[in-house]
Design a protein around this ligand. Structure first.
Ligand code: UDP
Length: 192
């Protein structure tokens, strides 16, 4: 994988397949964030979010705005790695390896509905837990204990920008999941 520097961040340039391979076949914790044009705006005003991105292990270019910004700087991404396409592709590869996935976020009932849809479209996918992004979120210790008790390999957070990435950055050190990733409104989208 190579990198393109944008807004002072190193974004990954690689194909979906290469990034998934890197995530699933190398050891160590990976906190992944997607960056779209909206994120760039939020980052300029929110230092905590900017720090969460600066300390992420992997930032993926999401959408045409980021692609245009890179071209403006004379660079190009191998592929646009938007969360809507990338996340199901990652989960399909995760299912093939028997990895457990936890879905955190969105309104009550949405993560469960998204899990049902994902399991229909990805045979063998192992969702080990779901939880909405509102009820009890203030008790961070309890949320993290519940997630860790489900023993996920991959934690998907859908809490919106900037909350999802800030939440992951703040709690990364006590989350047991090897791969964590903020995906915006993806669970709403999947739930239909
Ligand atoms: N969300 C959540 N808890 C919150 C705020 C938002 O779970 O406290 C969820 C929301 O229900 C939605 C997702 O985060 O599923 C994305 O929210 P939004 O559309 O506001 O963010 P964006 O798509 O702009 O990142």
């Amino acid at each position: 994988l190579s990198h393109v520097s944008l807004f002072g961040l190193d974004l990954v340039s690689g194909t979906t397949a290469a990034v998934i391979h890197d995530l699933l076949h190398t050891t160590g914790r990976r906190r992944v964030a997607f960056l779209n044009a909206h994120c760039g705006n939020v980052m300029a005003r929110d230092a905590t979010y900017a720090d969460a991105l600066a300390t992420a292990d992997m930032i993926l270019p999401d959408g045409i705005g980021i692609e245009l910004a890179a071209r403006f700087c004379g660079a190009r991404f191998a592929e646009n790695l938007n969360g809507t396409d990338f996340t199901p592709a990652l989960l399909k590869a995760a299912a093939a390896k028997g990895l457990g996935v936890y879905l955190l976020g969105a309104r009550p009932g949405v993560a469960e509905a998204a899990a049902r849809q994902l399991c229909l479209s990805i045979p063998g996918l192992r969702i080990v837990g779901t939880r909405d992004g509102y009820d009890g979120m203030a008790d961070e210790d309890a949320v993290i204990a519940a997630i860790n008790a489900a023993r996920p390999d991959i934690l998907i957070t859908a809490l919106g920008v900037p909350m999802q990435d800030v939440w992951l950055a703040r709690n990364a050190h006590r989350l047991d999941a090897r791969i964590t990733m903020g995906v915006g409104a993806l669970l709403d989208f999947l739930a239909g």
